[in-house]
Design a protein around this ligand. Structure first.
Ligand code: SAM
Length: 237
């Protein structure tokens, strides 16, 4: 069954323009059943009017059927060349991340200002929304503003589960192992096409990030991201 995100207020469902655009393309039928998701709550609905598009809530769905990961994965993601940043937004959503912090570091090749990044924020958020609908998520991941690596290193000071995928660790082979399974947050980052400088890695070490390998081969940045998130989701689930 198709899932869309909307706001439910007093049994009335309101959709964003992005969702309405998507719904229009899909050409839903009168009385067709869909799921509407609002802040983690899922409602079974039926299409009650086509123009304007309206739905009627049939019932609230059982939250035990949720497909969300039981832990929060927080991803620090470099800007990447070509469409790879957008690809990462889409795949990271499918793989269950809760929050994404985009960053610029010394070896990022695609360099933009915060203002230039913000001009694309609607496009990025609609990629996150569509991927969340497609993968039956209960939440759309939160995309934060563009940050420096130095600012990000200081976040989540008390979290024990913080991992940095480091290319120099490839041969040493330090694996991802969950340190504190009672904790809710897992913070992970991977590097841009140019990798990390030694100073950047040392900085993350001082903030208690563990260096981890993603196997012996050197992966492209986007592949490293999918590998890292897949392994983590597997360990959590
Ligand atoms: N320029 C670097 C080099 O020549 O070694 C490679 C950087 S790689 C394309 C981009 C990012 O993917 C790295 O910074 C790291 O986060 C991650 N990565 C790729 N392969 C990895 C591996 N085998 N183990 C850990 N991290 C890896």
């Amino acid at each position: 069954m198709r899932r869309f995100f909307g706001k439910v207020d007093n049994q009335i469902v309101k959709f964003s323009k992005a969702s309405l655009d998507h719904i229009k393309v899909l050409r839903l039928n009168y009385l067709e059943q869909i799921e509407v998701c609002d802040d983690g709550n899922v409602y079974l609905c039926e299409v009650s009017n086509l123009k304007p598009f309206e739905v009627r809530i049939i019932e609230k769905k059982d939250s035990s059927l949720s497909r969300e990961l039981t832990k929060n994965i927080i991803l620090f993601c470099p800007l990447l060349k070509r469409d790879n940043f957008e690809l990462v937004l889409q795949k990271a959503t499918e793989l269950g991340v809760k929050e994404i912090y985009p960053y610029i570091s010394s070896r990022v090749i695609k360099r933009v200002t915060k203002e230039e990044f913000n001009l694309k924020i609607d496009r990025y958020n609609s990629i996150l929304l569509n991927a969340s609908e497609q993968s039956n998520r209960d939440f759309v991941p939160k995309l934060h503003e563009l940050n420096s690596l130095e600012n990000l290193a200081k976040l989540y000071p008390n979290c024990q589960n913080k991992y940095i995928a480091y290319e120099q660790e490839a041969i040493l082979g330090n694996k991802i192992t969950i340190i504190d399974s009672n904790e809710n947050d897992y913070v992970v980052l991977f590097g841009p096409e140019g990798g990390f400088s030694l100073q950047e890695v040392e900085m993350f070490k001082t903030y208690n990030f563990k260096l981890v390998s993603l196997g012996k081969r050197i992966l492209r940045a986007e592949t490293a991201c999918f590998y890292l998130l897949s392994v983590l989701a597997y360990l959590i689930e």
